[in-house]
Design a binder for this molecule. Structure first.
Ligand SMILES: [Zn+2]
Length: 257
């Protein structure tokens, strides 16, 4: 009798364990605040464009093949497949409230007046990059903060550009790609950003928000000069991106000569 009872107990235990395991995974508790990982994005991706199929099938293995041919990237998963990018949010908004408010925030909050009341809209600016010569900036808008961020990150991936870097310093003769090759100027609105080559160890002598962009681009040392209303972060970032784009164009011209 005792043996039988023990056997029965064992059986019930075996049956019980899988139930417990399934009960431990409530689906609603998924990491909502975090962006999907690179693996999750790639495995869930079913390409819609020809370029997407080429990337998924492994015909294109380097993002430079796409960027050098000026092909338009329409699926952000392409960038995730070819680059291991990090993302960051740029502070374009400011908090409201007592004691002045005005603290820098990643979300710019605006309101629409309707019959039902005030409807808030959140917009944000995201930057992505592989810290190795590829960077992109994109904006997103939504009724809530997290969808706005997701949109911005996706758009930033679609806007990815390649940046040529060299050892730029006058008194530096290393072989690392740590600065911009020459002085470039980018403009947006009233803001003008000048990026100037610097030798190793200088660091990023730029506005805080530009640091995020240049760091993700893989530029470690640079001097800068900004003119205009640079508190408008949006224009400041755009001007910086324009300057970085200019590097590519100017280099091509010198090549052709
Ligand atoms: Zn150097």
């Amino acid at each position: 009798m005792n043996k039988e009872q023990e056997e029965k107990k064992d059986e019930t235990k075996v049956v019980e364990t899988p139930q417990k395991e399934t009960a431990k995974k409530p689906e609603g508790n998924k990491r909502r605040n975090q962006l999907p990982t690179r693996e999750e994005i790639i495995s869930a991706w079913s390409p819609k464009t020809k370029l997407g199929h080429d990337v998924k099938d492994g015909k294109i293995k380097n993002i430079d093949e796409i960027l050098d041919n000026n092909k338009k990237i329409l699926e952000y998963e392409i960038v995730d497949s070819l680059l291991n990018v990090k993302s960051d949010l740029l502070s374009i908004g400011q908090s409201k409230g007592k004691f002045g408010g005005g603290k820098r925030r990643a979300w710019r909050q605006t309101q629409r007046k309707t019959k039902e009341g005030n409807v808030p809209t959140f917009s944000t600016l995201a930057v992505i990059g592989d810290e190795n010569g590829h960077v992109g900036v994109g904006s997103g808008k939504s009724n809530e903060t997290l969808p706005a961020r997701d949109k911005a990150v996706k758009k930033a991936k679609l806007n990815v550009i390649k940046i040529k870097r060299t050892c730029g310093g006058f008194d530096c003769a290393c072989s690392e790609l740590h600065s911009v090759p020459f002085k470039v100027i980018g403009k947006s609105g009233s803001v003008k950003v000048t990026l100037i080559p610097a030798s190793q160890g200088t660091g990023l002598v730029v506005a805080n928000e530009l640091k995020k962009v240049l760091k993700l681009a893989g530029i470690k040392d640079v001097y800068s000069r900004t003119q205009g209303r640079k508190r408008t972060t949006f224009n400041l970032i755009k001007a910086c991106m324009n300057a970085l784009k200019k590097i590519n164009i100017q280099k091509e011209i010198t090549k052709n000569e």
